[in-house]
Design a protein around this ligand. Structure first.
Ligand code: MN
Length: 131
Protein backbone atom coordinates (compact mmCIF):
# COMPACT_ATOMS: atom_id res chain seq x y z
CA UNK A 1 0.00 0.00 0.00
CA UNK A 2 1.32 3.39 -0.90
CA UNK A 3 0.62 6.26 1.41
CA UNK A 4 -0.20 9.70 0.16
CA UNK A 5 2.41 12.33 0.79
CA UNK A 6 1.47 15.63 2.38
CA UNK A 7 3.84 18.56 2.47
CA UNK A 8 3.54 20.82 5.52
CA UNK A 9 4.97 24.29 4.96
CA UNK A 10 4.93 26.13 8.27
CA UNK A 11 7.49 28.26 10.08
CA UNK A 12 6.14 27.61 13.57
CA UNK A 13 7.78 24.47 14.90
CA UNK A 14 5.03 23.62 17.38
CA UNK A 15 2.39 23.79 14.67
CA UNK A 16 4.58 21.75 12.36
CA UNK A 17 4.99 19.05 14.99
CA UNK A 18 1.26 19.01 15.69
CA UNK A 19 0.34 18.69 12.02
CA UNK A 20 3.00 16.02 11.49
CA UNK A 21 1.56 13.99 14.37
CA UNK A 22 -2.04 14.30 13.18
CA UNK A 23 -1.14 13.39 9.60
CA UNK A 24 1.19 10.53 10.51
CA UNK A 25 -1.49 9.13 12.82
CA UNK A 26 -3.87 9.06 9.87
CA UNK A 27 -1.38 7.19 7.73
CA UNK A 28 0.04 9.94 5.55
CA UNK A 29 3.68 10.36 4.69
CA UNK A 30 4.66 13.80 5.93
CA UNK A 31 7.25 16.15 4.48
CA UNK A 32 8.05 19.43 6.18
CA UNK A 33 9.46 22.79 5.26
CA UNK A 34 9.99 25.72 7.64
CA UNK A 35 9.72 28.49 5.04
CA UNK A 36 7.97 29.15 1.77
CA UNK A 37 10.98 28.98 -0.53
CA UNK A 38 12.06 25.60 0.83
CA UNK A 39 8.44 24.47 0.61
CA UNK A 40 8.26 25.42 -3.05
CA UNK A 41 11.47 23.53 -3.79
CA UNK A 42 10.20 20.47 -1.93
CA UNK A 43 6.87 20.63 -3.77
CA UNK A 44 8.74 20.59 -7.09
CA UNK A 45 10.92 17.71 -5.99
CA UNK A 46 8.32 15.50 -4.29
CA UNK A 47 5.03 16.35 -6.06
CA UNK A 48 2.96 15.78 -2.89
CA UNK A 49 -0.69 14.72 -2.97
CA UNK A 50 -1.59 17.81 -0.97
CA UNK A 51 0.14 20.84 0.55
CA UNK A 52 -0.70 22.51 3.86
CA UNK A 53 0.60 26.03 3.41
CA UNK A 54 0.95 28.55 6.22
CA UNK A 55 0.20 32.12 5.18
CA UNK A 56 2.50 34.06 7.47
CA UNK A 57 6.08 32.92 6.99
CA UNK A 58 9.50 34.51 6.56
CA UNK A 59 11.43 34.45 3.28
CA UNK A 60 8.34 33.71 1.18
CA UNK A 61 4.81 33.84 2.56
CA UNK A 62 1.93 31.56 1.64
CA UNK A 63 0.47 33.92 -0.95
CA UNK A 64 3.80 34.17 -2.74
CA UNK A 65 4.15 30.39 -2.68
CA UNK A 66 0.67 29.70 -4.07
CA UNK A 67 1.28 32.28 -6.81
CA UNK A 68 4.39 30.38 -7.89
CA UNK A 69 2.71 26.99 -7.57
CA UNK A 70 -0.21 28.01 -9.76
CA UNK A 71 2.19 29.14 -12.48
CA UNK A 72 3.75 25.69 -12.66
CA UNK A 73 2.94 23.56 -15.67
CA UNK A 74 1.52 20.10 -15.11
CA UNK A 75 0.70 18.60 -11.76
CA UNK A 76 1.83 21.32 -9.35
CA UNK A 77 -0.30 23.92 -11.06
CA UNK A 78 -3.41 22.07 -9.91
CA UNK A 79 -2.11 20.29 -6.80
CA UNK A 80 -4.51 20.62 -3.86
CA UNK A 81 -3.36 23.29 -1.41
CA UNK A 82 -4.90 24.18 1.94
CA UNK A 83 -4.07 27.57 3.45
CA UNK A 84 -3.26 27.55 7.14
CA UNK A 85 -3.86 30.89 8.73
CA UNK A 86 -3.52 32.29 12.21
CA UNK A 87 -5.69 35.33 11.70
CA UNK A 88 -9.47 35.45 11.48
CA UNK A 89 -10.23 35.44 7.80
CA UNK A 90 -13.59 37.17 7.33
CA UNK A 91 -12.82 39.51 4.42
CA UNK A 92 -9.71 37.55 3.53
CA UNK A 93 -11.68 34.43 2.69
CA UNK A 94 -12.20 35.60 -0.88
CA UNK A 95 -8.55 36.59 -1.11
CA UNK A 96 -7.51 33.06 -0.20
CA UNK A 97 -9.69 31.42 -2.86
CA UNK A 98 -8.79 34.02 -5.47
CA UNK A 99 -5.13 33.32 -4.79
CA UNK A 100 -5.71 29.73 -5.84
CA UNK A 101 -6.02 27.85 -2.57
CA UNK A 102 -8.51 24.99 -2.54
CA UNK A 103 -9.48 25.41 1.11
CA UNK A 104 -8.29 27.00 4.29
CA UNK A 105 -8.08 26.15 7.97
CA UNK A 106 -7.51 28.49 10.88
CA UNK A 107 -5.19 28.03 13.83
CA UNK A 108 -5.40 26.61 16.37
CA UNK A 109 -5.61 23.47 14.26
CA UNK A 110 -8.68 21.33 14.90
CA UNK A 111 -7.16 17.87 15.23
CA UNK A 112 -10.37 16.12 14.19
CA UNK A 113 -11.50 18.42 11.38
CA UNK A 114 -8.15 18.66 9.62
CA UNK A 115 -7.89 14.96 8.66
CA UNK A 116 -11.56 14.94 7.65
CA UNK A 117 -11.01 17.93 5.39
CA UNK A 118 -7.89 16.39 3.87
CA UNK A 119 -9.64 13.09 3.23
CA UNK A 120 -12.51 14.93 1.57
CA UNK A 121 -10.23 16.99 -0.65
CA UNK A 122 -8.07 14.03 -1.65
CA UNK A 123 -11.17 12.04 -2.55
CA UNK A 124 -11.90 14.64 -5.25
CA UNK A 125 -8.53 14.09 -6.85
CA UNK A 126 -7.73 11.43 -9.36
CA UNK A 127 -4.75 9.44 -8.13
CA UNK A 128 -1.54 10.71 -9.65
CA UNK A 129 1.77 9.08 -10.21
CA UNK A 130 4.50 11.25 -8.74
CA UNK A 131 6.92 12.40 -11.39
MN1 MN B 1 3.58 31.32 10.29
Amino acid sequence: MTTETILVVEDNEQNRILMRQILAYHGYTVLEAADGLTGLEMAREHQPALILLDIQMPVMNGFAVIRELRKQPGYLGKCKVIAVTSFAMKGDREKVFQAGFDEFVTKPIDTRKLPELIKQILSQVEPHEPA
